[in-house]
Design a binder for this molecule. Sequence first.
Ligand SMILES: Cc1cc2nc3c(=O)[nH]c(=O)nc-3n(C[C@H](O)[C@H](O)[C@H](O)COP(=O)(O)OP(=O)(O)OC[C@H]3O[C@@H](n4cnc5c(N)ncnc54)[C@H](O)[C@@H]3O)c2cc1C
Length: 394
Amino acid sequence: MRVIVVGLGAWGAHIAWRLARRGADVVGLDRHAPPHGFGSSGGATRMFRTACLEHPDLVQVARRSDELWRELADRSGRRLRVSSGGMLLGPADGPVVTGARQAAQRHGLPVEVLDAAATRRRFRGHATLPEDHLAVFEPEAALLDVDQVISGALEQARAAGARLLTGAGVQAVERRAGGGVRVEWVGQESSATGVLEADVLVLAAGVGNAGLLAPLAPELVEAAGWRTVAMPMTFLRVGDPDGLSIGDLPVFMRELEDGRVVWGHGVLPGADPSVVKLGVEAATPVPPGSGVPDLTSHDWAPVLEQGPLTFPGVRAEPVSGTMCRYDRTRDGQFVIGPVDHERLVWVAGGCNAHGFKHSAGIGDAVAEWLVDGYTTMPVDAFRPDRFADAVVGG
Ligand SMILES: Cc1cc2nc3c(=O)[nH]c(=O)nc-3n(C[C@H](O)[C@H](O)[C@H](O)COP(=O)(O)OP(=O)(O)OC[C@H]3O[C@@H](n4cnc5c(N)ncnc54)[C@H](O)[C@@H]3O)c2cc1C
């Protein structure tokens, strides 16, 4: 089976790897040279957890990712993760804590539920946690090194025979009347152009998905409410003489009393001890086809105000930051599977800002589904055809 994969970021790199490992003849294209910060995977680190409050079926996908990354680390010698444990915190009856507890109960996940006093004693970074808030601590949660994960998956894809073209922006995709697909690409830093044909096309282009899909499946793009937004990814100075280590502030997501969510982690071993990652969840719409927006003082304002109030020693002092774009859907869930009845064009997108931890599991599910005709992974809830009659073809 000849497969073209468009987009070689977090999801596309793993799709290419897993497809090539299953014997598919894979060509992957990317407009940039991943890993990079122009899409959804910028900003160095991502949280891995199996307490998936976003959808119960994702617990198994995260577990499969973990298995595959252990294999990838063994094969490549790369250090993909820092085993920090991870925390989901907030009001006892708020969505973050209740969602995490439900996922843990349903799947028997090994988590500890800590009251505010125990949390404050054990984790200095959360010394301001209000009395009626809880923490769900998952010891197996971790921090993923984005560049190592994506580079490792691309390396394995190549080793398994995939041909990967970078600096190749896909301009047009087409389902061919007689079967198969056709893709036109243009060089981003050269005058090169090319046309590729294959049996099947997989779109894993992140914020590029909706634009590429629009001519093929406009009803799907519309029904899914597919759109691009950007969120600040920010690093602040910590003035505390001892800093805030990853042990004091393991990777976390915390719901505040006003319902806003903050996330981040303490200082990694070997990193600058005066810098922590902290962000306040705030998505700004980005017009279709535009580039990465600038990170303005308006974007910095919430974290500069909230950081020092919530985390001991953190100063209202920006160190570095960027806007990170991602694709969102109406129901907040991924869109994974064929977009036409002939199963010529597939999509893996709609990451909704929680997809990194699932990228290896999703890559494996898509590869299995394409090559074997079915997948044992629970990804049915994310099929494009959940949007009624939005899939195309007859
Ligand atoms: C601020 C923020 C924090 C987050 N935190 C977490 C977290 O802690 N844990 C977690 O699990 N997830 C997190 N996420 C989500 C996670 O980062 C994304 O789900 C993941 O990076 C999505 O990967 P992707 O492959 O879909 O997109 P990308 O990595 O952006 O890959 C898409 C690729 O497609 C290429 N492309 C686009 N258009 C074209 C075209 N026309 N032709 C060729 N190539 C093209 C791009 O160059 C890019 O390389 C966060 C997201 C954000 C924004």
